[in-house]
Write a protein that binds this ligand. Structure first.
Ligand SMILES: [Fe+2]
Length: 126
């Protein structure tokens, strides 16, 4: 199948704060403006286009990223350095711990708009 996710819009309370948070925590290149969006590209050519919600109520979305073991250390290190809460589970009941699903490591944390971000070192076994 040749279909690839190319971009998605991330409604944000403050698009610049959200884009800077995402690029900063994940160690990615700074956001690039495109129309009303601030785009941050990840490794598989998907762009997250941060957009001000402009008063609309933000529905929490979930974005999960497959990262290498060293990247996990770097990203998780920045999460902890910023004093962010993190959880081992998407229901956010296991605060302050990570999971080891599928022989890897995984953790959840929130962006400034409340979206639930996840980093995993092994994809879910499906
Ligand atoms: Fe997930």
């Amino acid at each position: 199948m040749a279909i690839k996710l190319n971009h998605t819009i991330v409604h944000s309370l403050d698009q610049r704060a959200a884009a800077e948070f995402f690029a900063g925590v994940f160690g990615l290149a700074a956001a690039v403006p495109f129309g009303p969006f601030l785009g941050v590209q990840v490794g598989n050519e998907v762009t997250l286009d941060f957009l001000d919600a402009d008063g609309m109520e933000i529905q929490m979305q979930h974005y999960a990223f497959l990262v290498s073991e060293p990247e996990f250390d770097q990203i998780f290190g920045r999460v902890k350095a910023r004093g962010l809460k993190y959880w081992a589970d998407p229901g956010r009941s296991q605060e302050g711990s990570i999971n080891h699903h599928f022989g890897g490591r995984g953790v959840y944390f929130q962006d400034p708009s409340g979206h639930l971000l996840e980093i995993i070192t092994q994809p879910y076994a499906k």
